[in-house]
Design a binder for this molecule. Structure first.
Ligand SMILES: Nc1ncnc2c1ncn2[C@@H]1O[C@H](COP(=O)(O)OP(=O)(O)OP(=O)(O)O)[C@@H](O)[C@H]1O
Ligand SMILES: C[C@@](O)(CCOP(=O)(O)OP(=O)(O)O)CC(=O)O
Length: 449
């Protein structure tokens, strides 16, 4: 029986007209055609976001997304910030479709198309004996997919949604289509969806090697160390604004490449040295060097944005205030306690050397940026909320009683200038979610649940 069902399943609209069917086609056509109308195969995966500590900014090839320098990132714990994507294939689908955060969006962009094309070109044979489904390598060119993706954090707000999103798209499709390639090879496909996405194929500490080849085959991500290597680190993100930004990373870096002389100096002289030092700092868990390099690189990235014509401003007054709080505190301690870094937006990503320092940091941040009176504490700190206990904050009113940081003379507060905080840590790479309850597509219809 199973053999009969498995004979050959072709999408109904690709079935040959009856008079062109061979005997073997006919012998299996009844059950397989019936099955062909009904089956849906799905895969769900979860992929983390990442924050660059040595920034990628500038492409040498826009279409293939090849960068002008190497970059290094820390993968953030997917328990707190992640994309979940379900991909489905069925002969009953008549076109490729994608839903992002519940809304259908166009798949026509060159970037989505590049990822789909590259994955399809590497697809393998798939057989699901329990469902009686067999898809051969060549069938993938004709079958269509449905994709549903959800980011559990703001999209297009400088929190690298494109990184987690495109990495998850490529990873889940690769699993659905049985692509037999390691994550580094998959990273070079994700790179063509969004540069920073290639680094989300690994957990821990990741380097995107810029590569030299014209076609970009050697522009891949590699893991420097996994998330357990340096598990003291605690990361606090201050979400300063979750509105969509004015200048996208893509257009911003294009303008920078065209107009900034500082970028050329950075890519040629500064980053190559910093990459070597940053790799060493990570391998040796040398927080002092790690923090010094991270802050310097973030500052240079924003200087390069300012050196662009027309100038790009991603940070705002709140971002600058946070830098000042951290700089003064680090100086008062003699050695860095916290590193800061800002991507293409005003949100601060603060990396504390350990949990104790992270608690002191959160105390300072809550002191200067208390929530509005109508904000609930539960929605003001997301992620690992247990850190609130460390500073004795159980309710929003406890924030009012926090002591002023001793190293700072100014005690003016900036109530409401931070939308919320996220407390997280370095985290793991992509994972498959086998529990059906995580799927975003209905297994019976292939449409969003
Ligand atoms: N889960 C997802 N699946 C597929 N595509 C996504 C997903 N999330 C985001 N994207 C794509 O990425 C775009 C947002 O990218 P953009 O670079 O503007 O912002 P960001 O990645 O949040 O910020 P940044 O890269 O500057 O930190 C979205 O408009 C969408 O096209
Ligand atoms: C500031 C950055 O976050 C830039 C991210 O740029 P994207 O990867 O979003 O850009 P595209 O490749 O055009 O999609 C720094 C970084 O992540 O390295």
């Amino acid at each position: 029986m199973l053999f009969c069902i498995l004979l050959e399943i072709r999408p109904p609209h690709f079935l040959a007209p009856a008079d062109q069917l061979s005997d073997s086609d006919r012998s299996g056509s009844c059950s397989s055609q019936k099955m062909a109308d009904n089956w849906i195969l799905t895969v769900t995966a979860r992929t983390p976001t990442n924050i660059a500590v040595i920034k990628y900014w500038g492409k040498r090839d826009e279409k293939l997304i090849l960068p002008v320098n190497d970059s290094i990132s820390v993968t953030l714990d997917p328990d707190h910030l992640c994309t979940t994507t379900t991909v489905a294939v069925s002969p009953s689908f008549d076109k490729d479709r994608i839903w992002l955060n519940g809304e259908e969006i166009s798949l026509s962009s060159g970037r989505f198309q590049s990822c789909l094309r590259e994955i399809r070109a590497r697809a393998g044979d798939v057989e699901d004996e329990t469902k009686g489904i067999k898809i051969s390598k060549k069938d993938w060119e004709k079958l269509h997919v449905h994709i549903a993706s959800y980011n559990n954090f703001p999209t297009a707000a400088g929190l690298a949604s494109s990184a987690a999103g495109l990495a998850c798209l490529v990873y889940s499709l690769a699993k659905l289509m049985n692509v037999n390639e390691d994550n580094s090879r998959l990273s070079s496909i994700a790179r063509q969806g969004s540069g920073s996405a290639c680094r989300s194929l690994y957990g821990g500490f990741v380097k995107w090697i810029m590569g030299k080849e014209e076609k970009g085959g050697d522009s891949i991500a590699v893991q420097i160390a996994d998330e357990k290597h340096w598990d003291d680190l605690v990361i606090i993100i201050a979400v300063v604004s979750s509105r969509q930004k004015e200048t996208s990373s893509t257009s911003g870096m294009r303008d920078t490449v065209e107009t900034s002389l500082l970028l050329q100096h950075r890519a040629k002289e500064v980053v190559p040295r910093r990459i070597i030092k940053m790799e060493e700092a990570i391998k040796n868990r040398d927080f002092e060097s790690f923090a010094q390099l991270t802050c310097a690189d973030s500052n240079q990235f924003h200087a390069v944005c300012l050196d662009t014509y027309p100038p790009i401003f991603y940070m705002n007054d709140t971002s600058h205030r946070i830098i000042s709080i951290v700089e003064k505190w680090n100086r008062s301690k003699g050695i860095p306690q916290v590193a800061y870094t800002f991507d293409a937006g005003p949100n601060a990503v603060l990396i504390a050397r350990n949990r104790e320092v992270a608690a002191d940091l959160l105390q300072r941040l809550l002191f200067y940026f208390p929530p509005n009176s109508d904000t609930n504490l539960n929605s003001y700190l997301l992620g690992d909320k247990s850190i609130l206990k460390d500073i004795g904050v159980e309710e929003a009113k406890d924030i009012e009683g926090l002591p002023a940081p001793p190293e700072l003379k100014a005690t003016q507060k900036y109530r409401g200038d931070v939308s919320y905080f996220i407390c997280t840590r370095p985290g793991s790479g992509p994972t498959l979610l086998s529990d059906e309850s995580h799927a975003l597509l209905d297994p019976a219809t292939g449409l969003p649940k």
